[in-house]
Design a protein around this ligand. Structure first.
Ligand SMILES: [Zn+2]
Length: 394
């Protein structure tokens, strides 16, 4: 199959995560549950540029109409963007693409950096605007670029965090960034890193919202085509092991950081079709261990609930065929998800109030990267927390 990133014919099916729903659509009632669609989730690996792709034909617009992910609900993510804002405090004009509820804009405002957010989700963009964090509600493209120049001129820094893997047509996006960015400007992207997903067996991070899963190799091939160069890369903790990649226009690049070269070398040694398949087999056995444990809890009449209903919960519960018989309900801190159901597996989602006076001892942390802040809510309770994959008591 043809790879859209490197344009070579070396894309082959690596494994399948079975029938999956759209992970960010949380049905509200029986009607929405009945109308929920499932699609086969086949993952392809490109042996040439070392990337993965989910091949399914779903219109991109549908993902963003009502978006249920509010960045600022997560304390760790707030800190992450405060650090990034500090790094950007001397920039003249920062454009944040996919600015969500203004999680980066808020600290930029505190540093008195000129900023603008742009996000296609109406409900989330409205929240940002109502907090004085100016956000254009639109997709980023040639058309909205004109609007951006009218508002603030050419940005000397464009940020796209957790946006890039969602793009169906990354080349056009890069071209639009190139045309908008000041010639000496920096483009910063934060993407989930394929090598970490495989190495750490985080297959729950595959979902339809994201068609592509990148290595640094694949990013380099992509940006090469549009005359931009990766000048530096850093591992970041956000979203379970992403990378932050710094890019500039070719014509102003004079040196490339050693970090880039060493990451490329590591990838060359490790990433391959065989490696992707072997990691997937580990995931399969870990899902089985999770399910066996849940069935065991049920036999012992233990009340099991989940904490956090991030998109990846859908991949785990649907692949593992885990429903409300094994997990009574899920607690989530986002008001947008409460009183809905998890995609595909239809486990009820409730707010923290639901457990305040009741006792639940076994809690599966689907949002395990926020363990420290979740744990602090249960200080006086005798609770066991588990990471789902690999299943272990925390
Ligand atoms: Zn490729």
């Amino acid at each position: 199959m043809f790879c859209k990133i490197c344009e070579k014919n070396q894309l082959e099916k690596a494994f399948s995560l079975g029938k999956q729903p759209l992970a960010n659509k949380y049905p509200r009632d029986d009607f929405e549950i009945d109308n929920e669609k499932l699609y086969e989730m086949d993952i392809f690996f490109c042996n040439n540029c070392l990337s993965c792709k989910i091949d399914v034909d779903i219109s991109r617009d549908i993902f963003f109409q009502d978006y249920f992910y509010l960045s600022s609900v997560n304390k760790e993510l707030v800190e992450h963007f405060e650090d990034l804002a500090l790094e950007l405090k001397d920039k003249k004009f920062v454009l944040d693409i996919g600015s969500n509820d203004g999680i980066l804009l808020k600290p930029l405002k505190q540093y008195k950096v000129k900023f603008l957010g742009i996000d296609p989700s109406e409900n989330v963009g409205k929240i940002a605007n109502s907090n004085g964090l100016t956000t254009l509600i639109s997709f980023f493209n040639q058309e909205s670029s004109k609007e951006i120049i009218k508002i603030g001129g050419r940005p000397d820094c464009i940020v796209a965090s957790s946006v890039f893997t969602h793009l169906e047509d990354p080349l056009t996006f890069i071209e639009d960034v190139y045309n908008l960015l000041d010639d000496n400007g920096t483009f910063i992207i934060e993407v989930e890193y394929l090598k970490n997903i495989l190495e750490q067996v985080q297959f729950e991070r595959f979902y339809f919202d994201r068609p592509f899963y990148y290595s640094l190799h694949s990013l380099q091939k992509l940006f090469d085509k549009k005359n931009m160069k990766i000048i530096d890369v850093k591992p970041i903790k956000a979203h379970g092991g992403s990378i932050r990649v710094y890019l500039k226009k070719n014509k102003v690049v004079s040196k490339i950081s050693e970090n880039v070269l060493s990451m490329l070398r590591e990838e060359k040694n490790k990433l391959s079709m065989a490696y992707a398949k072997s990691c997937f087999n580990i995931f399969k056995s870990e899902i089985k261990i999770l399910k066996d444990n849940l069935e065991n809890f049920k036999l012992k009449n233990l009340n099991v609930i989940g904490y956090g209903a991030p998109a990846r919960l859908a991949t785990i519960t649907n692949f593992g065929k885990i429903d409300k018989n094994l997990i009574k309900f899920i607690i989530d801190d986002s008001p947008l998800k409460v009183n809905r159901f998890t995609p595909g597996s239809h486990i009820p989602i409730k707010n923290y109030e639901a457990i305040k006076d009741n006792f639940y001892r076994e809690i599966i942390l689907f949002a395990y990267e926020y363990y420290s802040s979740i744990k602090s809510k249960f200080l006086n309770k005798d609770v066991n927390f588990y990471k789902p994959i690999p299943m272990k008591k925390l």
